[in-house]
Design a protein. Structure first.
Length: 260
């Protein structure tokens, strides 16, 4: 022991006054479902597991490809052509064997989303298309489950959360012209700098929820970062809930006054 620091897994964060031992115990009971293990979810998952989120379900159906390895830090060259979900579980279990990790090798769709997500307190949205993201958005509104959406392209990205209990802006409020678009645009240029930052920002939202800092979550706005190579600016872009949103207005019976 040196100046109160112990050689234990969570000691360094438990020494932080805004974290502490009791809040660490809350994390051990947390139940989080993460849709996907690639892209920003790679860094996000490592952060959740390292920090002690106790119960995590990963829903992932894909295989590791060579083109994933420039940004998806969960995987290694030897993982190519193997199950992305199984390799993620292997790496994360080695990082922290105290975490209860579960893998569902499936694609989330309208027929199985209730089964895959109903037992979890917080959802990390990871739809591979707008249709998939909108599906998660509407399910979480209906089930009153908070979720976070984090995204990265090129060298920029953003994060925001949706908290149905507080009637915050939903995914369709942020992207009103896209909520009915089913076409997937396909791969986009991106690098490890952007996915790592976006993934970390997404993980912060999960930790805020379970550590008791819900009032500090990124809702009714986006936390954006511009090109890390060209400008490297961080800023908030406000987003009011659309009162006649074709998605969330059906679930929000009246407008809530928010002070967050």
């Amino acid at each position: 022991m040196t100046n109160g620091f112990l050689n234990s897994r969570y000691n360094r964060q438990e020494q932080m006054p805004e974290w502490g031992v009791e809040r660490q115990k809350r994390l051990a009971k947390a139940r989080v479902a993460v849709i996907g293990a690639g892209g920003v979810k790679s860094t996000l998952l490592m952060s959740l597991v390292a920090g002690g989120i106790g119960n995590i379900r990963i829903i992932e159906f894909d295989k590791v490809e060579l083109s994933n390895l420039n940004r998806q830090l969960l995987f290694r060259t030897s993982d190519i052509n193997k199950s992305k979900g199984k390799q993620a579980i292997k790496t994360l279990s080695d990082l922290n064997p105290e975490i209860n990790l579960e893998l569902i090798e499936d694609r989330v769709d309208i027929n199985n989303i209730e089964e895959h997500l109903r037992d979890f307190d917080f959802i990390v949205e990871g739809g591979e298309s707008l249709a998939g993201r909108n599906l998660v958005n509407e399910y979480c509104l209906k089930a009153n489950k908070p979720f976070v959406h984090a995204s990265a392209q090129y060298s920029y990205g953003y994060v925001f959360s949706v908290i149905p209990e507080l009637k915050t802006a939903c995914f369709a409020c942020y992207f009103p012209n896209d909520h009915t678009r089913a076409v997937h645009t396909g791969p986009v240029p991106v690098n490890v700098l952007a996915t790592s930052i976006a993934g970390s920002l997404g993980a912060v939202e999960v930790f805020k929820w379970f550590l008791g800092y819900q009032g500090n979550m990124v809702v009714n706005k986006r936390l954006c970062f511009s090109s890390l190579l060209l400008s490297e600016e961080f800023k908030y872009l406000k987003q009011k809930r659309i009162s006649n949103c074709p998605v969330c207005s059906g679930y929000y019976k009246k407008t809530a006054k928010l002070n967050i």
